[in-house]
Structure formats: C-alpha cells, structure tokens
Design a protein around this ligand. Structure first.
Ligand SMILES: Nc1ncnc2c1ncn2[C@@H]1O[C@H](COP(=O)(O)OP(=O)(O)O)[C@@H](O)[C@H]1O
Ligand SMILES: [Mg+2]
Length: 196
C-alpha cells in the first residue's frame, strides 16, 4: 500500500463523515472493542449524544471504500491503514474520536494506543459485551432485516462464533459495558472521564 493510496483512502473516508465537532485542546480517543452484535454501534451512538465526538464506524467505512466488501485480510489491512491515518489527522486537529470496530486483537489495539500516546490524546478503552443468547437474538433480527438502516454490519451468528476464538484480553484499564443491562451508569462514568 503506497502512502499516496492511504492518504486518498483517508480523504474519501473523511468526506463520508457528517459535520465534525468543535476542536478541543486535549481530544479524547475512545476505542470500543467487542464481538459483532454486542452493541458497539448502539453504545457509540449513545455516547456521541453526550459528548462532541465523531464516530468512525469500521463497518460503514468498509462500505465507503469497497462497495461489495469481501472482509478479506487484504481489504481489512487497507481499510485500517486509512482509518488510522484519519484518526491521526482528526486528533491532530483536536477533534475527539470514537472508534467503533471489533478491535479484538491486542496487536491491533497496540497501534491505537501508540496513536493516542503520540498525539497526546485522552485514551479511553471500552469493552462491550452482552450474553451470547442476547447476541444470538440480535443477530437473528439483523439477518431477518428487521433492524434499522443505521445497521452497517453484515456479521451473523456464524461470524460471531468464528470471531469468538480471536478475542484477546485487554491488558489495560478499561470500562466494561454490558449492553443487555442499563448502560446509563457506565455511560455517565465515561462522559465524566472525557470531561475531566
Ligand atoms: N442496550 C441496547 N438496548 C437495545 N437494543 C440494543 C442495545 N444494544 C444493542 N442493541 C441492538 O442490538 C443490535 C446489535 O447492536 P449493534 O450496536 O449493531 O452491535 P455491533 O455494532 O456490536 O455489531 C442492534 O439492532 C442494536 O440496536
Ligand atoms: Mg456495529
């Protein structure tokens, strides 16, 4: 992947975004992590109602770069190079970012920690979970197409089960959110952390 390609991909992603929030002196970089159907996108949207952030949703961005995604390793590598570049640009400008992606591997998260460190952003990690039976029901609804058009994910129960084996423990302080329960208390804590 040439640097030029990464930059033009990132530009295309930037153009696909809604209006950016006002810059701040010390932006926050909030990283969601969780399997498909655990409620990452739901949680990120609730959070964005409370603080000025831009959501970078990997499922939506994949479709911006690839009109019929293959979810291959090559495709993901190109997607995340562009996303990383975009995150750097936004944080540099002082725009707070929420990354809505599975972020299951510590190696992939390390890259994000490094970006936050280099750009002096406030890094907040959030592990999103829900009981498997709840996830299964949600993914069944997704497959039946009974969910909103806001849903950019194509992952089903089979994908969930396959990805389950690649979950790696988060080795840093983080918030844990169970989206099958009331998320308000932890949401409040995270908002307080961002505003601290
Ligand atoms: N706390 C919640 N309350 C009600 N519905 C939820 C909640 N969390 C997730 N959902 C619903 O479950 C489905 C899957 O959640 P989603 O956020 O799309 O998961 P992910 O982004 O992790 O794949 C969506 O239809 C979403 O609206
Ligand atoms: Mg999602």
């Amino acid at each position: 992947m040439t640097e030029t390609k990464v930059i033009s991909d990132a530009e295309q992603l930037l153009e696909s975004l809604d209006k950016l929030p006002e810059p701040v002196v010390k932006p926050a970089f909030i990283v969601a992590s969780g399997l498909p159907g655990t409620g990452k996108s739901y949680f990120c949207r609730r959070l964005a109602e409370r603080i000025p952030v831009i959501i970078l949703e990997s499922d939506a961005m994949r479709k911006t770069l690839f009109s019929s995604p293959a979810y291959s390793a090559v495709e993901s590598a190109r997607l995340f190079q562009a996303i990383h570049h975009l995150i750097e640009q936004l944080l540099k400008k002082g725009v707070s970012v929420v990354l809505d992606a599975t972020n299951l591997a510590e190696k992939n998260r390390e890259r994000l920690y490094h970006i936050a460190y280099q750009l002096n952003a406030k890094l907040i990690l959030v592990r999103i979970e829900a009981p498997p039976e709840v996830v299964q029901e949600r993914l069944r609804n997704r497959a039946e197409g009974t969910v909103s058009e806001e849903d950019h994910s194509e992952a089903d129960w089979a994908v969930f089960q396959k990805m389950r084996t690649s979950v790696q423990k988060i080795n840093r302080n983080h918030f844990a959110v169970d989206t099958s329960r009331d998320i308000a208390p932890v949401l409040n804590k995270i908002v307080r952390e961002v505003n601290r």
